[in-house]
Design a protein around this ligand. Sequence first.
Ligand SMILES: O=C(O)C(=O)C[C@]1(C(=O)O)C=C[C@@H](O)C=C1
Length: 372
Amino acid sequence: MNRSASTDVVSMPSGLDDLRREITRTDRELLALLNHRARLCRQVGRVKSAADQAVFKPFREKEVLEGLVAENPGDLPDDHLRTIYREILSSSRRLQQPQKAVYLGPEGTFSYFAGRELLGSSTDFEPCPSLETVFAAVAGKKADLGIVPLENSLSGSAGQNLDLFLRYGVHIQAEIYLRISYHLVGAGTGLAGIQTVYSHPRAIDQCAAWLSSHLPEAHVVFVGSTAAAAREAAGRPDCVAVGHRQLAAMFSLNLLAGPVEDAPDNWTRFIVIGHQAPAGGSRDKTSILFTLPDKSGALVSVLSVLARGGINMKKLESRPMRSEKWQYLFFADLECDLSDDEYADLQAELVENCQTLRVLGSYPAGLHLNDC
Ligand SMILES: O=C(O)C(=O)C[C@]1(C(=O)O)C=C[C@@H](O)C=C1
């Protein structure tokens, strides 16, 4: 989109005092508008609560954000606008009903940062000790939402999630792609004298070349998460942790080096799970889990149903079923909203051709966030 900044220079005050007076006046206007918006959102909340609807409406949030970005004159960059609105939407959900979101902890993991990027800081985030406890908390309605890493562009799927989807009746509500960039954080002031490097095995693996060329003598210790690594390194100047750069501020450490990953184009796809399927919205994306009858051409017939419906399959993955040896489970991402009435016949055809089919959710395609 070709946009020019809307600088109406002629009517702009130019002295510092005048400019500040104008900013104060503008802030008062914003305050009144934000309060008006908050009142409307509370009212929406009452309507939703009477209809037993979920507070989080990802399709509507995408519509709100995309509508604003499309009309943004450009003095305020789009990414700033998105950051401001992430917090407005987060506050607006909280005004309707406080939302508890669980994630694979402890605080400071990439799942934690993904959750904050997607849901904003008015959400109550609570760490869980395992992925299974995240699924169990959402399925048992102990939390409204859960944030789960689904796949990484370098190391592939977090396969355990697929098993958990089979065991817990949760739905995918939204997704976000986060660039995974690692930094070295520690209590010291430089790399000289570093004896020990703490991190999660995947982080160490993805930074192996950098570590062996910059800290060849250091002893590597694997811990359960990058956040746990920062906790280990806190207060010990001869130790460092590899993790998110914000761990430095969270654990009062120094940012010693970074980015330190060997392949910079490293992304993780996170999903948000909830107890209800998200309603309405644009035709974005649907994830399904299915098993097949044990006969020739079973997979081809499912793929043919999708091809005849003109549906683009973005991902297909098979996993062994834990309950039965040499039986496989398929996970697919489809570029459509399968919950739309227009796909009712196609879905019936899929059911006919699969042994079991579970629609995990239709949800808005997520943004790729480069820097968070
Ligand atoms: O439209 C709604 O359902 C709202 O609750 C309002 C609103 C918003 O602030 O615009 C807030 C939360 C939802 O996730 C989506 C949008």
